[in-house]
Structure formats: C-alpha cells, structure tokens
Design a protein around this ligand. Structure first.
Ligand code: ADP
Length: 620
C-alpha cells in the first residue's frame, strides 16, 4: 500500500467524514473527468490518420449493482497507464488552492467541496471504496488503482481488457440520516445527470429497468432493462439562450472548473457572419487563488465544431481581460491548427477582437446597472485593467478608460472618470488626484489640504499602478490630470511669488543646509495646517520614486524634490527667529522639518538616529 501525500490525505479525510449536503456532485465531477478523457481521445482520432473515427465508440456508461451496492462509471476516453494513475490519482491537483484558502478553517469548512476542484476525490463523498481500472490508448495493459480512503492506495496490473476507464464505487453503509442506496436508484441518477451534466457532449448511458406487459400476455408483467441516453448532448453553447437558466450557466462554470465561486457575470454569444462562432464567457466573482502569481495562465477553451482543440487559447483574450473564463467554438477553424498558425489566424484574430468588445460592453453595462457589484469586480480585477491602460505604451487606453473607477473624496465612494468630470465646476481646470498608502493617510496629507478646503473633488490613488496609468492617459474628456499638490487657489500663485521674494534669504539659507536633498525651498500657500511639505518638479513624482525603487530592478530613482514652506505657520516664525540669532538651531530646525516632510510623504528618513537626536535636542 502506498500512502497519499499529506495534502491529499487531508482532503480525503474531509470527503470521507463530510456532512456536506450536496454529495451528489461527485457524479458531476466523475462525468466531467470522463468527458475530458473522451475529448482527448476524440481529438486524437480526428487528427491521427491511423485511427478511424466512429461516433458510437465515444460514450459514458453508468451501471449499478444493488446487491454488491456498487455504482460504476465507465468511459471510452484516453485512459491512464500506471504512472498516470500514480501521479493523477495519488495527489490532489489543486492542492495549492486548497492550502491557500482553507488553511485556517479546514475543520468546519465544508464549503470547500462545493467550491474547489476536488474532482476525482469527491468519489469518497459517497464511496467507502473506489476502484479505478484504466488502460491508456495505444497501450495493451490495464491497471487497477484501489483505495479505501485516507490510509493509502494500491496499484496493480490486471488481466481485464478495457478501452478507457472504469470507476467502481462501493457505496458507504447507510446511516440513520442518509441512505446511500439512493445512488443506486435510476430516478436519482437520472435527476443528477440531468441537473449537472445535461450538456456533456457525449452520450451518458444508463440502464433503465421498467415493468412491461409480457409478450402475448394481458396481465403478466416482466422487468425489462434498456439502455437509455439521459443527457441532451447538445453543448450548452449551441443551445438557445432562451432555453437556459442562470443555474445552467453556473453549473457549466463549475463543471468546467473555471472557478469555484459564483461567477459575477456570464454572457452567451452567438455570431453568424464573416466568421461564425459561439462563446460563453464568465467574469469570476473573485480572483482565483493563483491570480497574482506567475503560475496563472489566461485563456479560453477553444473548440472547432464541437471538438476541443485547445485548453487555454491565450490569443483569444487580451492581457487586460486575463480574468475572463469561458469557451469559444467555431466551425471556421481547422482541427489541425497548430499554436504557431493560430497566432496569425485571421479568423481567430477576428473572434478575439469581437470578444474584447463584448467583454468591455458587458463590464460597462455592469458598471451602469449595478455599481456595487462593479466595485466588487474592480476590487478583484481593477489592477489588471489599470495595468492594461499603462502597458503597450497606452495602446489600449481608449478601450479601458471608461472601465476605470477610483476612490474619491466625493461622498467617500468610488467614481468613474466620466462621473467625476460631470461633477466638475466650470472653474475647475483639472482632474485632481493625490497618491498615498491609504485613503485615510491621503486625507490628512498636506497635498490634499487646500484642494479639499476649496471644495474640489480628489481621486485617491492608493495603488502603485494608479499614477502610472494616469500618466499614460494624460487627459480624460479633454481634462488634464493633475496631482493635488499642484492645485493653486485663487491668489495663491501671486501670494507665493511675493513670499518667495520676501523670504528669499531664509529660503536660500535652508536650501544650503539641504544641499543635495532638495532642489529648492519655496513658499506654498496651499499649506494650511502643515508647516512644511515635500513636493516634486518634473516627470517623476515622489510616489513614482517609491514604486520604482520598490521594483526588483528599480535601481535608484529620485524625484526632484521641493521643500514647500507655510510662511503663515508659527513654526516659520520660530525658523526666522533662529536664523537671525542662532545658526545651529536654524540648521537643526531645517533638518527636522525636512525629515518631517519626508515622513508625511511616506518616505524613509535617511538617518533615523540623527533625526531622533535632533528632536530630543529641540525638546530640552
Ligand atoms: P482535475 O480533473 O481537476 O484535473 P481530478 O482529481 O478530477 O482533477 O483528476 C485528476 C486527473 O486524473 C485528471 O486531470 C486526469 O488526467 C486524470 N483522470 C481522472 N479521471 C479520468 C478518466 N476518467 N480518464 C482519464 N483520466 C482521468
């Protein structure tokens, strides 16, 4: 007996001891695996000249044995050899996701079963013993994998001849609360298959026994068993939208393992024209666990006339919509299309273009009709959209700008750029933004102070990519974006000019003390409560300096800094007094104020010990 890996053992334990109500999903999972296996076989037969194709050969068969209390699921798919079984059934494919989400609350979280792609292991929701017989297409041997639960499994070669895979479940013993015998009943199986697997494209066959009048008799009945195909077999995307319910779409999302959450929206597209195709697209309700890791791969399932030709066709969705899941089926694509050809395939490019427009419109519609939902979407995937604006030198900014939302000082809520512009007064020249670690911090910062006092709205930029994206946009509806720090209330410019003249000496003296740290010291009327603040000149803002220096290869980027001084503040009076009579105190104050401004901007202090000593010296 071989032991399961730790992760797998934990999941198995959960399955075995679960009180999960929705046990019946095990059948969806096993049928979905069977269908995938047939997809692979089917594709092979169509593209391999040595294999002949006979549609009758591809099916899923379900049988029961009431005496032995077994339920068997067979498929004529690609099968597995011993090493496949070892690596696919011995470990949990999605163990990473499991670990990530449920480490903390595994004991009580039975939701995981419904949410995660626990796939094959869900067999243990209903079975006390699972035997898998399988033979890999092209190989002569059949192997048997067998497990009675968390302890481990056995793997051996057997004599049985087999095409594909056969899974025999020995059902758990009935308890007072639960009759596992239900899963031996035709009507139960029929209901479950209809509910979750109706759109599986291969026939799901079930032996159905009915009582019928004996031939030639008028009152004698006999039991007749006939094989019936239970599912409609029409893939969901070929169906008419009007025939489908939201639940159908959600079931399909789950069956396909696109996500384990509730999709936020789905759209069903059917196009007849230059290029004909059907597609079903989903926006997940939350970011997949690996979304922010390099392991995450975008892409849609691609079918050619109902045959799966690619699991994840990357070319169908742009990077900035990489969160979209779904399938595309087109009769205009060749089966033998290779990845290299695909990239330049005109049809595929056209489809991708259409899908991009469709996704954009769906998101815009969501923003308009259900803003709260849109905010929830944006909290999961907004960053991706903002990167989309920024990357490729802004090539996609037109597509994306209307999908952006930012937190704003207007009612402290998210706003679109269009809504911001709509609220702008005639005299307001620019769309103002302020950057910082959090909304709360920005609100208290000197950069926001005078703008908020003047009653203008500020966009709060709290993500590293925000300012970069905006720099790429430059304007929205012909209004330029401006950092809040550049805002000048009426008369401020003039007042600053005068103050700069009046206090020229002291500013120069401060500038000398801060040689190499700031390029200028200036008066700033925008400061009200704060004595000093740090601003910047030129293309690189202080926030951008922070972001760029935090990147792995960021190097040493420096914003050109300006120390802004509030000449109406009492601190400035102290500064003046010191300059007149006490040179060393003047130097001390200048340094403390400069460092204070750095702190407020969220920058490090170059010499924290020195700063602390300076503050102490000021106290005594
Ligand atoms: P998932 O389907 O999410 O990958 P599963 O635990 O359901 O995870 O299955 C693990 C793997 O075992 C599958 O990816 C597949 O390679 C293999 N497998 C499962 N069932 C079958 C089957 N009926 N025929 C062939 N391979 C199968």
């Amino acid at each position: 007996m071989k032991a399961f890996q730790t992760e797998s053992k934990r999941i198995l334990d959960l399955m075995i001891n679960s009180v999960y109500k929705n046990r019946e999903i095990f059948l969806r999972e096993l049928i979905s695996n069977a269908s995938d296996a047939i997809d692979k076989m089917y594709y092979k037969s169509l593209t391999d000249d040595d294999l002949t194709f006979n549609a009758d050969d591809y099916y899923i068969k379900i049988t029961t044995d009431s005496e032995a209390r077994t339920l068997t699921i067979e498929d004529t798919g690609i099968g597995m050899n011993a090493s496949d079984m070892e690596s696919h059934l011995g470990i949990i494919a999605n163990s990473g996701s499991f670990k990530f989400k449920n480490e903390a609350k595994i004991e009580d979280n039975h939701e995981i079963i419904g949410q995660f792609g626990v796939g094959f292991y869900s067999a243990f929701l209903v079975a006390k013993k699972v035997d898998v017989y399988s033979s890999l297409a092209g190989e002569a041997t059949t192997n048997k994998w067998s497990s009675e639960g968390a302890e481990g499994y056995t793997l051996e070669q057997v004599d049985t001849e087999l095409t594909g895979t056969k899974i025999v479940l020995t059902l758990k013993d009935n308890t007072e609360d639960e009759s596992y015998d239900d899963f031996l009943q035709t009507h139960t199986l029929r209901r479950i298959i209809k509910k979750y697997s109706d759109f599986i494209r291969y026939p799901i066959k079930l032996d159905v026994t009915t009582s019928q009048l004996k031939e030639g008799s008028e009152d004698e009945y006999e039991e007749v068993t006939k094989e019936e195909i239970i599912n409609s077999q029409i893939p969901i995307w070929k169906k008419n939208k009007s025939e489908l319910t939201d639940e159908d779409y959600v079931n399909f999302y789950r069956e396909k393992h696109f996500g384990f959450d509730q999709p936020l929206l789905h759209t069903h597209i059917s196009v007849d024209g230059n290029v004909s195709y059907q597609a079903i697209l989903y926006v997940p309700g939350s970011a997949p666990f690996d979304f922010h890791t390099p392991d995450y791969k975008k892409g849609l399932e691609l079918y050619s006339s109902g045959v799966l030709i690619m699991d994840k066709c990357e070319d169908l969705v742009p990077d900035y919509f990489n969160f979209v899941k779904g399938i595309v089926d087109s009769e205009d694509l060749s089966l033998n299309i290779s990845r290299e050809v695909l990239q330049n395939d005109r049809q595929l490019t056209l489809i991708a273009k259409n899908l991009q427009t469709k996704i954009k419109n769906e998101l815009a519609k969501l923003m308009k009709n259900d803003f709260d939902q849109y905010v929830s979407f944006f909290e999961s995937f907004g960053r991706t959209l903002k990167f989309g604006v920024y990357s490729d030198f802004g090539a996609n900014k037109e597509v994306l700008q209307d999908l952006l939302i930012f937190e704003s000082s207007h009612e402290d809520k998210y706003t679109s750029l269009a809504a911001y512009v709509e609220r702008m007064s005639e005299s307001q020249e620019a769309i103002y933004y302020a950057t910082g670690e959090s909304k709360e911090r920005i609100k208290k910062s000197p950069q926001a102070e005078s703008l908020l006092d003047a009653g203008h709205e500020i966009l709060y930029f709290t993500h590293d990519v925000d300012e970069f994206a905006i720099k790429m946009l430059m304007t929205y509806a012909e209004k330029p974006f401006k950092p809040a720090a550049e805002f000048k209330a009426e008369g401020d410019s003039k007042a600053d000019e005068e103050a700069n003249e009046t206090f020229k000496d002291i500013f120069e003296a401060m500038g000398e003390k801060l040689e190499g740290k700031v390029s200028a010291v200036q008066a700033s009327s925008r400061l009200k409560r704060h004595p000093v603040a740090l601003g910047s000149k030129g293309e690189i803002s202080i926030e951008m300096e922070k972001v760029m220096n935090a990147m792995p290869n960021g190097g040493d980027v420096q914003a050109e800094k300006v120390l802004e001084v509030n000449t109406n503040h009492e601190i400035f009076a102290a500064l003046k007094a010191a300059q007149a009579g006490d040179e060393s105190r003047f130097e001390l104050l200048t340094h403390v104020l400069y460092n204070q401004a750095r702190l407020i901007e969220g920058l490090d202090i170059e010499d924290p010990v020195g700063f602390a000593q300076n503050v102490s010296r000021l106290i005594v």
